[in-house]
Design a protein around this ligand. Structure first.
Ligand code: KMT
Ligand code: NI
Length: 180
């Protein structure tokens, strides 16, 4: 995992978009915005992932293969929706089994994008209420375990005036010490 501020230069979302020189983001900064991270080597990962899932109450899981081969007809549409800025009312938990990609999370109150480059062995928890998006990188494939607290549901709410007042968003801001 490597985190840095996204340069916001228009162009291919799959490119790194690292500033020159790079503006790295420290683990503490991610912690402050509620993003959690572990590295669990893929070889022999199961007991460790299971223990973490138990401890944090992740009762359900599935795997997703984001690639042309893995998604077939819905590939282009999925790539588009993954990259729309959105939030969820639950945590988004991803353990990367192979491949790589970028999760972008909004830092508040700066409203800057922080790009988190993930690869196999990375386990990322994106808190409920944070604005974020996902893209493949130029290698064009990632396989991930998706863990869920409850039913395997995944409802993205695209950022809008409504999501700004969504109770999960408001609660998130309160939890990170921003806003009321
Ligand atoms: C998501 O929710 O954005 C995804 O599932 C993206 C693929 S998981 C690496
Ligand atoms: Ni999401």
């Amino acid at each position: 995992m490597r985190a840095y501020y996204y340069d916001n230069i228009p162009g291919d979302q799959r490119l790194p978009h690292d500033y020159v020189p790079s503006r790295p983001v420290a683990g503490e900064t991610l912690e402050n915005i509620g993003v959690k991270y572990w590295n669990i080597p893929v070889e022999g990962h199961e007991p460790k992932v299971n223990a973490l899932a138990k401890e944090r109450g992740y009762k359900n899981r599935d795997t997703i293969n984001v690639s042309k081969e893995g998604l077939g007809d819905i590939y282009e549409a999925k790539i588009k929706t993954f990259f729309e800025e959105h939030m969820h009312e639950d945590e988004e938990i991803r353990y990367i089994l192979s491949g790589s990609g970028f999760f972008d999370v909004r830092e508040t109150p700066s409203d800057e994008w922080i790009r988190i480059a993930v690869e196999s062995g990375d386990l990322l928890v994106i808190p409920a209420g944070i604005y974020h998006r996902f893209t493949l990188d130029t290698a064009n494939n990632i396989k991930a375990l998706r863990l869920f607290q409850d039913e395997p549901k995944w409802v993205p709410y695209n950022r809008s005036e409504q999501t700004d007042v969504n109770p999960h968003r408001v609660q998130y801001l309160k939890a990170i010490g921003v806003g009321a």
